[in-house]
Design a binder for this molecule. Structure first.
Ligand SMILES: Nc1nc2c(ncn2[C@@H]2O[C@H](COP(=O)(O)OP(=O)(O)OP(=O)(O)O)[C@@H](O)[C@H]2O)c(=O)[nH]1
Length: 672
């Protein structure tokens, strides 16, 4: 492998960010022929390389193994579509069947949610990141190119859905034949409807004993105004009628209108970080084509870059993962490949595409290493992970008590948990996550503070920066419009739950004879941690919930501190509504008492507002002697027990001389 530094304009922003990368050119064997591509090597990349150029890859079925020149593929025979649905209604399973039918993967019993490739996805059994695949499909004697995007179903990832559909002309709206329309079905339908896409309703799981496709068709007609004869009944699991879905995709979804003769115009709609390939941005072409050596411009930065290499990679059956549209490598927030950015040829400027509204973080939490000596490793892990997940916002922060940390913004609690899981599993990083907060606002009264901040209204994402009441005109809290769908047996219980969360009902109607859809305005803080869990458990799993931002409203907020033996614990500080302060303080003290292991001395757990203590619990002294039951002299057994105890300690955060389990900071916020 020949390696040489090249200070190419395209790479400069990235090189600045990661000074220890090298750019090299390598020869790469692909489908038996050697192609040269430019790669970046980084000292943390163990093997292989990543192409950093406009790379064209697409899958091929058995009959079309050779690379194709996409600029010659007739646009009339291309279909771009997303699969959208409520969580677990069968999107990924349907994608498996599509991959099999088109020969992209061999048909085997082990094909289960093949597009869910991330470890967290496989462990949780749900999609957290939209995935793309390109398939060749024979219809009426002609080959069609079907570009599909499998999207996540959970509300925290709905931003992935809206970005994905911006690259499509149609969607398959999957609805479970047993569960019927659920809250995310409604939310996803409106995303596609507002984008004016063709919507094909697909009723899945008709093989289930309790399937009632007729009822679901009626719901679809009533709620979405789609005639029921447009619905396709399938079983993605058994493959029933799946081919019919592909035929309808070809017939009903219009082809893209992009023309090869037009100036090159592309929207960066997603990006991923791959340990071997590096950063890959997915672009949707809105016109023209791009070639090696072309000078392209990122509308976001207004800077020209050269497309270094254009590589056509003939694909084997197993490499369907990157096979979608044209793929242009390199992305770092604010750099080329910035999601929502438009790329065009320098010699043919075009109007930038509208792009995307930035994802709005719903919850913020501080994150810092268990041990400050691990800070550099954690920084590198966080940087790589945010390349894969542009929905996470990152701000550096530091505090006297915690040292260097980050304030990370997430789209919800699940999003945050998934991010942490990635950190622990892929980067072996052990972190403490502080109590989370929603983005509150304060209208400042103090002229001094306004000058300091340069604005009158500030957003507070860290309780430590909560301004005192004497310095503000008012505090504002974020609100959301929540949609709940549930069988009417549970209406009363759900209403009581919503009232206890300071919610105001806006609407309620029947979507069929037994199911109600309710709309409530909630303070975001009331639903973000544990509302969904409570709703699910009180409705025996039948209720579903989705929400979207609904602006800000004035609120009486206060900052509450928690003290262990008189010492404030910064990780635990929260901002709460005045009306719930006492009950929240009491409940959190009780939960802290349960989650902090008893130690050799007594611990006072207190909740305080300013200098006033509003709740207190006491953890009695205790010493756990792990060797107590270990009679005799079996030294190996003793060593094992002591090692286990030491490992357990790694999960503890030492505050003063008190050990607190590292997950306590989030868990104590969950109401029972
Ligand atoms: N009986 C039956 N089960 C199905 C069918 N399709 C999917 N499933 C099952 O439903 C569960 C969820 O399927 P997925 O394909 O992961 O659903 P999804 O919509 O991609 O889920 P998320 O990515 O989490 O939103 C899995 O256990 C599937 O095996 C079907 O046609 N019949």
């Amino acid at each position: 492998m020949m390696s040489l530094f090249r200070s190419h304009g395209l790479f400069l922003p990235f090189i600045k960010r990661f000074p220890d990368i090298k750019i090299c050119r390598v020869k790469r064997r692909s489908q038996g022929c050697m192609t040269t591509c430019t790669v970046i090597r980084h000292r943390w990349m163990k093997s292989s390389c990543w192409s950093i150029s406009a790379v064209r890859e697409f899958s091929s079925n058995a009959s079309e193994k050779e690379s194709l020149d996409m600029s010659k593929f007739p646009v009339e025979r291309i279909r771009n579509f997303s699969i959208i649905a409520h969580i677990d209604h069968g999107k990924s399973t349907l994608a498996d069947r599509f991959l099999e039918i088109t020969g992209a993967i061999a048909k085997t019993a082990s094909n289960k949610q093949v597009l869910d490739k991330l470890q967290v996805e496989r462990e949780r059994g749900s999609t957290v990141k939209a995935q793309t695949a390109s398939l060749f499909y024979q219809h009426d004697g002609q080959t069609y190119l079907l570009n599909l995007i499998d999207t996540p179903g959970h509300v925290d990832f709905s931003y992935e859905v809206s970005r994905s559909i911006s690259a499509c002309q149609g969607v398959l709206l999957i609805v479970d034949a047993n569960q019927g329309i659920q809250a995310q079905t409604v939310a996803n339908f409106y995303l596609a409807f507002e984008a004016q896409l063709t919507i094909i309703p697909v009723i899945n799981k008709i093989d289930l004993k309790n399937a009632d496709p007729e009822r679901v068709e009626k719901q679809i007609e009533k709620v979405f105004d789609i005639p029921k004869d447009e619905c396709i009944r399938i079983s993605a699991k058994l493959g029933t009628n799946v081919d019919q879905v592909l035929q309808e995709v070809v017939k009903r979804i219009p082809h893209p209108t992009a023309r090869v003769e037009d100036p090159f115009k592309a929207l960066v709609f997603d990006s991923t970080f791959d340990h071997y390939r590096g950063v890959v941005a997915n672009i949707a072409l809105f016109g023209g084509h791009v070639s090696r050596g072309d000078k392209i411009v990122s509308a976001h930065l207004g800077k020209p870059y050269e497309v270094n290499e254009l590589v056509s990679v003939g694909c084997t059956n197993l490499t369907f993962d990157l096979l979608h549209f044209d793929i242009l490598a390199l992305r770092y927030a604010g750099q080329v490949g910035y999601i929502g950015d438009t790329l065009y040829l320098q010699k043919q400027p075009v109007e930038p595409l509208p792009g995307f509204k930035p994802a709005k973080a719903m919850v913020f939490a501080g994150m810092y290493p268990m041990d400050q000596s691990e800070y550099t490793a954690l920084r590198s892990a966080v940087e790589k992970l945010t390349l894969n997940d542009s929905n996470v916002t990152v701000q550096r922060d530091s505090s006297l008590a915690l040292g260097a940390e980050w304030r990370l913004g997430f789209l919800g609690l699940l999003h945050m948990e998934v991010f942490n899981q990635h950190l622990e599993q892929e980067y072996n990083a052990s972190v403490i996550v502080t109590a989370l907060t929603v983005p509150y606002k304060a209208v400042l009264a103090s002229v001094k503070l306004i000058k300091e901040h340069g604005e009158e209204v500030i957003t507070i994402i860290n309780p430590a920066q909560f301004p005192d009441k004497s310095q503000v005109v008012e505090y504002l809290e974020p609100m959301v419009m929540g949609t709940i769908i549930a069988p009417d047996d549970f209406t009363g219980k759900i209403m009581t739950l919503c009232q206890s969360r300071r919610a105001i009902q806006k609407n309620m109607f029947y979507i069929d004879d037994h199911r109600v859809m309710m709309k409530y305005i909630f303070p975001l803080n009331e639903i973000v941690v544990d509302f969904y869990d409570q709703l699910k458990s009180m409705s025996s799993g039948y209720a579903s919930f989705d929400y979207e931002g609904a602006g800000y409203e004035a609120a009486d907020l206060i900052k509450m501190d928690f003290l262990l033996n008189g010492r404030p614990v910064e990780e635990l500080a929260i901002i709460v509504h005045k009306d719930s302060a006492y009950s929240a303080g009491k409940a959190i003290c009780e939960r802290l008492k349960e989650s902090i292991p008893r130690q050799m001395f007594e611990i006072a757990v207190q909740a305080a507002i300013g200098s006033k203590i509003i709740a207190r619990e006491t953890i009695k002294a205790y010493r756990k002697n792990v060797l107590a039951k270990c009679y005799g002299g079996d030294i190996t057994r003793k060593m094992k027990l002591l090692k286990k105890q030491a490992e357990g300690k790694k999960k503890l955060r030492r505050i003063g001389n008190i050990d607190v389990p590292k997950d306590a900071f989030i868990n104590v916020l969950k109401r029972k």
